[in-house]
Design a protein around this ligand. Structure first.
Ligand code: HEC
Length: 148
């Protein structure tokens, strides 16, 4: 009985390996579109250096066109998740391509309630965590920010 159990484990492990290898064939796009100066947030609003530094550090990987793709972004299924987050993130808020549908008020809202940066991102990037004072700095700016 004991040896049969072991054999089962071996086959299951092999099965997982095969599935894992197969998953690698599905490669999502990891593109950093070119940054066009006239579309950036800074081209449209007066952004203090301090605020820009916070946004780039803590949000830039998902909300800019300058994503730093880590090694595990090449390994499925992480690659799928990451590509999806970046695509979705850029659509909602993009420092490098700030469109009319995007809202600075939401930026303050999201960080104040702690829903951004995403929890699973923070686990891998503890340096992206915002201090209370940084949240205040960003919110003070968003509440007064006027389009150029
Ligand atoms: C790991 C990727 C990631 C990081 C880092 C990240 N975001 Fe997001 N963000 C997303 C995704 C994905 C969405 C869209 C889905 C959602 O709302 O959860 C989103 C949505 C948003 C939205 C739109 C919310 C809405 O309801 O429309 C805002 C605003 C936002 N993020 C701001 C920020 C700010 C500010 C930071 C940095 C402090 C940040 N995000 C960091 C991935 C990220």
């Amino acid at each position: 009985m004991k040896s049969m159990g072991k054999r089962w484990v071996r086959w299951a492990f092999l099965g997982i390996l095969v599935v894992f290898a197969g998953m690698q064939a599905v490669r999502p796009e990891r593109i950093n579109p070119p940054v066009k100066a006239e579309f950036t947030l800074a081209a449209q609003y007066e952004v203090p250096g301090e605020v820009m530094a916070i946004l780039e550090r803590s949000c830039g990987d998902c909300h800019s066109n300058r994503t730093r793709w880590p090694w595990y972004s090449h390994v499925a299924p992480a690659s799928w998740l990451l590509a999806d987050h970046v695509k979705d993130g850029r659509r909602h808020f993009n420092i490098d391509d700030f469109t009319e549908e995007m809202s600075l008020k939401d930026v303050c809202q999201e960080i104040r309630v702690g829903s951004m940066p995403l929890m699973n991102y923070l686990l891998l990037h503890p340096g992206a965590k915002l201090a209370g004072s940084e949240i205040q700095t960003v919110c003070a700016w968003t509440s007064g920010a006027k389009a150029k």
